[in-house]
Design a binder for this molecule. Structure first.
Ligand SMILES: [Fe+2]
Length: 381
């Protein structure tokens, strides 16, 4: 029998607290807290899996408790409990790392379904974290793509686990294989992003910009889907590279540069067992090619670089320019435009540069997805 999950219910109001307790007690091990301080102490003392948190309480506010729990125990999932009056803050709380929110008064079926979905997702995260840890151990920092391939071949168990993870639906409702694949990819890249707190959300934002550019091109739905997965996965090869190198301020020595430059090829090897469409793997392999042929790993030129890779290449560099990094502030949009235009025809395809510049000029700051993806440091990055 599976061990029962542990749920902490935090509400100053005894009514909802006790009724939730009654509903959930048959299925889970329940802990109760009536304020933030108590909640934090319990999260410290017990191996809690999930917290159901009321937003409106006297003393420590719900969002502060949420941030604190996430800061101290990033693996605890949190579901927000809220009335209609504080719906806005509930939605906001998702940005701070809450998994979901529930509206009072409760609907029992909905509560059970949200809890199950969240715990299922947590299990997937935990499995993945374990998997990535093992993968990191197998794929040492000095590994070149060929030896990664060899290492992975010798560790068939890891490959098997990748397949099993993908085969598992994330929720009862997401059973189609493309949705499942995308869910997997999101969880995977989220884990990767957390390796380097300063690029937190990078893959999601690259996906966002790539999609904005792609909307102006005549792409099929299949190509758009592949672009999305490719944008999320483009840097997956960095899993095998030491944190120290990934987080560096860009001034690599020769050896580090060599290691960092292997990530497109390593990435392709890593996802090989997933059997992704060729369009997707070519984004991973070619997102550092330059339009004039001076990029890596293959020095492809112009139209020979797959279109989706050309899009991701521009989206990625643009995101890096307009995001804060530990060693420099984000470039203002006007400067970013200048820089992209300067690299038009050398690093980037001119047609794509024109599209992005037009988008920036039309939407200005509104183009930046800060309201969608939190800035580094706001969550448990
Ligand atoms: Fe990259």
């Amino acid at each position: 029998m599976q061990p029962r999950h542990r749920i902490l219910i935090v509400d100053d109001d005894a009514g909802p607290r006790e009724s939730l307790n009654m509903i959930l007690k048959p299925f889970y091990i329940i802990y109760l807290a009536s304020n933030g301080e108590e909640a934090l102490a319990m999260a410290e003392q017990y191996p809690i899996d999930l917290v159901i948190l009321d937003l409106k309480m006297p003393g420590l506010q719900g969002t502060d408790i949420l941030k604190e729990i996430k800061r101290q125990h990033s693996d605890i999932e949190i579901i927000i409990l809220t009335g209609y009056g504080s719906l806005k803050s509930a939605v906001e709380s998702i940005r701070y790392g809450a998994a979901d929110y529930l509206l009072k008064p409760f609907n029992v079926a909905e509560i059970i379904s949200v809890i199950n979905k969240t715990l299922h997702k947590k299990k997937l995260y935990d499995d993945l974290k374990g998997f990535l840890k093992e993968l990191g151990q197998v794929v040492g920092m000095d590994a070149d793509p060929m030896s990664v391939k060899q290492d992975l071949k010798e560790h068939q168990d890891i490959l098997k686990r990748v397949r099993t993870l993908i085969a598992k639906p994330l929720t009862e409702v997401t059973t189609s294989s493309s949705v499942r694949c995308l869910d997997f990819v999101k969880v995977l890249t989220d884990t990767l992003d957390k390796k380097d707190s300063y690029t937190y959300g990078h893959s999601s934002r690259v996906n966002y910009y790539a999609n904005l550019i792609a909307q102006k091109l005549d792409l099929s739905q299949d190509e758009l889907d592949d672009l999305q997965i490719g944008a999320f996965l483009h840097d997956i090869g960095k899993i095998g590279i030491e944190n120290k190198i990934i987080s560096k301020d860009g001034k690599f020595d020769d050896r580090e540069l060599q290691i960092a430059r292997r990530h497109p090829e390593i990435g392709v090897e890593l996802v090989a067992p997933i059997g992704l469409p060729h369009h997707v793997t070519s984004v991973i392999r070619h997102h550092h090619e330059f339009y004039n042929g001076t990029g890596y790993p293959d020095g492809l030129k112009g139209e020979a670089i797959p279109l989706l890779a050309r899009i991701v290449s521009l989206a990625e560099v643009f995101d890096a320019m307009v995001s804060n990094r530990p060693y420099r502030k984000a470039l203002p949009l006007s400067e970013a435009i200048k820089e992209i235009k300067r690299c038009s025809g050398t690093q980037f395809e001119p047609r794509l540069v024109d599209i992005l510049v037009r988008l920036i000029e039309e939407k200005g700051e509104g183009l930046l997805p800060e309201h969608i993806y939190p800035a580094p440091g706001m969550v448990n990055a």
